[in-house]
Design a protein around this ligand. Structure first.
Ligand SMILES: [Zn+2]
Length: 324
């Protein structure tokens, strides 16, 4: 799954971040940033649907947020909605899981190095990357289940419905990419023509897999598809493993760093002693009785001072004048 960066919210002619009301107005900007490809199955799109990472029905405040948009095909969009509603059992009137909880369960093409989570094989079959650690494999499997990308023609146990032609198109792309690889090796075609065909056929991950021994082609493919995240790949164009792509360290030492790839624990309650205990233990807490006699003396002196004739400052100057 191609990792992408949609960038910050586009700016309008007045220099302020655009408002997407209704959200379908984001279609042109999303295409400009990420191209006309489904963010999950990677097929080319003739009619881009704006997909909401957090479902708009359950998180209406995210309905028009730029960082909640991705382009998708109808099959991926529909399967994701069904899958999420089945898993989370969203119900009217019940409290929803937090946005953070929902987002943390899956790998997302705009948030994670999704080039590392799956392996594409002969015929365009998608499997979990076996080099992931157990918790990453589980999360990758949940991500695969989200859009049902693992369904493929010829799988008797879980064949796709007739309306879902994603695996069929992926297999066709695989066969075309293999033929292009042979032709390129035989010098019958140029890298430029391969890239042009890859952009037309789509299925970026299929092309990246078929041409995985050719670093020049990998880098051309990364550049050719708009919005592909370059920091997810090494100098040879191979995906950086998930564990080697950690978040940047936080410079403020008083803050605690949590990995973005694991679900954070609930913050423990502080076990520090109370301020009162600390004052008492360190001898800084003094009883009220010891201080009262001192205050009494002070009050007498203050009373004596107060008996002096009233004086005030003149508003217009510094001279001390007597009131009438
Ligand atoms: Zn799709």
């Amino acid at each position: 799954m191609r990792p992408v960066d949609r960038g910050s919210c586009p700016i309008d002619e007045g220099g302020v971040p655009k408002k997407f009301h209704p959200y379908t107005k984001a279609q042109k900007d999303i295409i400009n940033r990420l191209g006309e490809y489904c963010s999950y199955c990677e097929r080319p799109l003739s009619n881009v649907a704006i997909e909401h990472l957090l479902p708009k029905k359950w998180y209406p405040s995210c309905q028009e947020k730029w960082n909640n948009f991705l382009p998708t095909c109808l099959n991926c969009n529909t399967n994701k909605r069904w899958s999420m509603e089945k898993r989370w059992k969203f119900k009217e009137g019940e409290s929803l899981p937090s946005e953070k909880t929902v987002l943390a369960l899956y790998y997302w093409p705009d948030r994670d190095n999704t080039a590392s989570i799956f392996k594409y094989g002969e015929g365009g079959i998608i499997e979990i990357n076996l080099s992931l650690n157990p918790s990453q494999k589980l999360k990758a499997q949940i991500t695969l289940d989200l859009t049902k990308l693992e369904r493929y023609d010829g799988n008797d146990e879980d064949p796709p419905p007739v309306t879902d032609r994603r695996s069929q198109k992926r297999r066709e792309a695989w066969n075309i990419a293999k033929q292009q690889l042979d032709d390129l090796n035989n010098k019958n075609i140029t890298t430029k023509s391969v890239i042009q065909l890859a952009k037309a056929i789509g299925f970026w991950s299929v092309w990246m897999t078929v041409f995985q021994e050719d670093s020049e082609m990998l880098k051309l493919l990364i550049d050719a598809f708009p919005g592909t995240r370059k920091d997810c790949f090494d100098d040879l164009g191979h995906p950086v493993p998930l564990q080697e792509n950690p978040p940047k360290p936080i410079e403020n030492p008083s803050l605690r760093q949590e990995s973005r790839y694991t679900i954070a624990d609930v913050l423990p309650r502080s076990q520090e002693p109370s301020l009162l205990d600390w004052l008492e233990a360190s001898g800084r807490l003094m009883s009220r009785e010891d201080r009262e006699s001192e205050y009494a003396i002070d009050e007498e002196e203050i009373a004596a001072l107060m008996s002096v004739e009233d004086t005030t400052y003149d508003d217009d100057g510094d001279e001390l004048v007597e009131e009438d």
